[in-house]
Design a protein around this ligand. Sequence first.
Ligand code: ADP
Ligand code: MG
Ligand code: ZN
Length: 501
Amino acid sequence: MSTLVDYDDALSRYEPVIGLEVHVELGTASKMFCGCPTTFGGQPNTQVCPVCLGLPGSLPVVNRAAIESTIRMGLALNCDIASWCRFARKNYFYPDMPKDYQISQYDEPLCTDGYLDVSVPTPDGEVQVVRVGIERVHMEEDTGKLTHTGGATGRIHGADYSLVDYNRAGIPLVEIVTKPVTGTGALAPMVARAYVTALRDIMRSLGVSDVRMEEGSLRCDANLSLAPPGEPWGTRTETKNVNSLRSVERSVTFEIRRQAAVLDGGGTITQETRHFHEDDGSTTPGRSKEEAEDYRYFPEPDLLPVAPDPVWVDELRGTLPELPAVRRARLQQEWGISDFDMDSVINAGALGLVETTIAAGADQAAARKWWLGELARTAKERGVDLADLGVTPVQVARVAELVAAGTLNDKLARQVLEGVAAGEGEPDAVIAARGLVLVSDDDALLAALDEAIAANQDAVAKIQEGKVQAAGAIIGAVMKATRGQADAARVRELLLERLGA
Ligand code: ADP
Ligand code: MG
Ligand code: ZN
């Protein structure tokens, strides 16, 4: 295990610079340069043809839908769209790449020089907006998938043999590379995470990819360097294939602490790729720059240049949806809530759910309260996303409506939602089946109240001395006796009447 410096200590002496390279697998129906389907999970090597198998004499043709998606991504990231650019051959030998070269873009990317503004929560509960510069957005093709069998770790070392599946070879990939991000200090890991999150949300709203990090349709490499304040940037390391948002944050945090320890000890950082380990959040060395291959890039001779007509680019600009940041700002304004409250909604993954619940008639505070309270807790217990809980916005709106009408109190409403989440049916069915009605009938309440008064003479004395807070004990006893089904506000009124207070 590497020596690590305390995080705050490291940040007091060094300025971090981060850079993120994100690969997004596009959701096109066919591959980048041939007509093979891109569906996930097919039998190995059934979605292949001479082009994606790299057989001699086969010729690639560019997928128009992939270009279209990439241009839309570039526009959403405020990039310039090249009026003319070419693909390049990246030459290397590895069995997952049947042609022995990957068709990519090198010095002529389709989209350049954009930015993405990301909102980063700060430790003091504020939200800081950081502009992340986008260096380039370029197209390439995915590789096949190798499965190493017989080794303990699934790695090639120690494996008895390896299997290769070319179904993934040739699926369109887009790589988005940031400019170096400076000046974020201790927020650097959060900025990295917020950036990947924002990027994922944009891709999702554009509908260009399903952007599932767990399934590898969005993959991130995180670069980090440290330097003392005022000094030129330090040497970076590149942590490869960080496969969750949390891991992005953790890997940057780890590298800050590790590099600080190396620099403190008078050492130098080796420019290298590193592997991230989910179990303990550490990184370990991969390839060093000295071993880096020379890819002998040259313009791909089998493909025509890509020269998108400016009229088409303008048409595509017109197809951009309301982008997530704009939507958030609009909803926050409509709901009249603070940055902090809005952040809670977003972090819970509840934005769309809350929005739809409000559209179904609930008040904004109630919609947020149920999704972020009871339902978030249940989702966490089950380890599922809120959206997969099996509770719909319409059902939550119905519960909120019953609470607003005084038919349910919060405690009963929680039980109704619990029942809905447990698959007991619609809210009204759960209420009927479980007998969850608020008792506000005075006779029933008075019976319970009189018992509670008799059993709590201390509290009665205090109330009569004018200490009205003591009413809580008696109301609590009534709630308990009625298994939470008493209308607490009415109990309070009756109590004060009874005692003439
Ligand atoms: P590579 O081919 O080595 O992956 P790229 O240009 O594709 O290089 O990506 C390098 C990434 O590292 C970019 O996001 C870039 O902004 C970032 N970067 C460059 N220099 C530094 C540095 N000194 N510290 C941190 N990140 C850096
Ligand atoms: Mg790169
Ligand atoms: Zn094919």
